[in-house]
Ligand binder design. Structure first.
Ligand code: 13P
Ligand code: SF4
Length: 317
């Protein structure tokens, strides 16, 4: 009984969607806040965002804006990255429990053990890592800049973590270096099978298949294009194909359709959903701005070290 009353009260406070959006705009102005959202977010969240992007764009945007408050609609490592780059800003993650399953697959002890085993390797950490892990990396990268960055690194031996699939994708394009991989993966992308691609080819012979490098190599070898979310968006805009098969998280459909309303976008598999990316709703954005919580903080000793790895990435792209 108490919780039902609670729900009614909350809805009365927040009003209709239109009222909520107007209130969000008002609170943004009052707090000098900016809303950043990843392409995997729910469409209603992408609609109120001031800036949409992939993880690289969003980290750059977090560092390069005049707002006092950043409402980060994504997963925790992304909000932490914003805080590392802009410690003077209040960074809100509307759902504190929106983690990244891949980032949670490796912790500081794992990376210390790997470094001990491979003391001669340069450690490159995918941005999908906790702040603590970033603090132990020499460089950070995202899927948009990984190949370019790894090529430019002076060392010849690379310890890449946590995503083994992305690591193998990079290694295939940088054959002059040797690689050691951790065992992490993204459950949303990793469980796509080569058979899913073969079936899509058969059913949609005129379709162009675009995939994220977090998929397994045997899947990537069958698709037409591999790229980060922003690279997939660019390719879809420029493609002469009118039917595009999408092999990354389904939230990207919102921007794909907005950019190219004349094209048909088909998800390669219904499995391509990231439960954590789907946690944040408009209600959460509203509540977060009105309460100024949950705030993301990164302890200073960790922040300073993680910043070095992130800055090395930003200087190289
Ligand atoms: P992008 O860097 O391509 O935005 O990808 C982030 C991510 O979490 C992919 O699963
Ligand atoms: Fe993490 Fe995968 Fe979700 Fe991206 S899609 S946030 S890598 S779990």
């Amino acid at each position: 009984m108490r919780s039902r009353q609670g729900i009614r009260k909350r809805n009365e406070t927040m009003g209709t969607k239109e009222e909520q959006i107007a209130q969000i705009q008002g609170m943004k102005k009052k707090h000098n806040a900016v809303i950043l959202a990843h392409y995997y977010q729910n469409a209603e969240v992408q609609q109120v965002a001031d800036f949409l992007g992939d993880s690289l764009d969003l980290s750059q945007k977090a560092a390069d804006n005049d707002a006092d408050v950043v409402v980060f609609c994504g997963v925790k490592f992304m909000a932490e990255t914003a805080k590392i780059l802009s410690p003077q800003k209040t960074v809100l993650l509307p759902r504190e429990d929106a983690g990244c399953l891949m980032a949670d697959m490796i912790d500081a002890d794992d990376i210390r053990a790997l470094k001990e085993e491979h003391p001669d390797a340069t450690v490159v950490g995918y941005v999908n890592t906790t702040a603590e892990v970033k603090a132990l990396c020499d460089y950070c990268c995202t899927s948009a800049n990984a190949v370019k960055l790894v090529r430019a690194i002076p060392g010849n031996k690379i310890l890449f973590l946590p995503d083994r699939n992305l690591g193998q994708y990079i290694a295939a394009q940088v054959p002059e270096k040797t690689f050691v991989f951790a065992e992490g993966f993204c459950p949303t992308h990793h469980f796509i099978e080569p058979e899913d691609v073969r079936q899509a080819r058969e059913e949609i012979p005129d379709g162009e298949i675009l995939a994220h490098p977090e998929c397994r190599p045997e899947v990537l070898s069958l698709v037409d294009f591999v790229g980060s979310t922003s690279q997939i968006l660019k390719r879809a805009r420029e493609s002469s194909s009118l039917r595009i098969v999408v092999c990354t998280e389904q939230g990207i459909l919102y921007k794909l359709q907005k950019d190219s309303p004349n094209k048909e976008f088909i998800m390669l598999s219904p499995k391509l959903v990231c439960p954590n990316m789907k946690k944040i709703t408009l209600d959460d954005v509203h509540r977060s701005l009105s309460r100024m919580e949950p705030q993301i903080d990164v302890e200073d000793s960790i922040r300073v070290k993680a910043l070095t790895a992130l800055e090395r990435m930003l200087q190289n792209v």
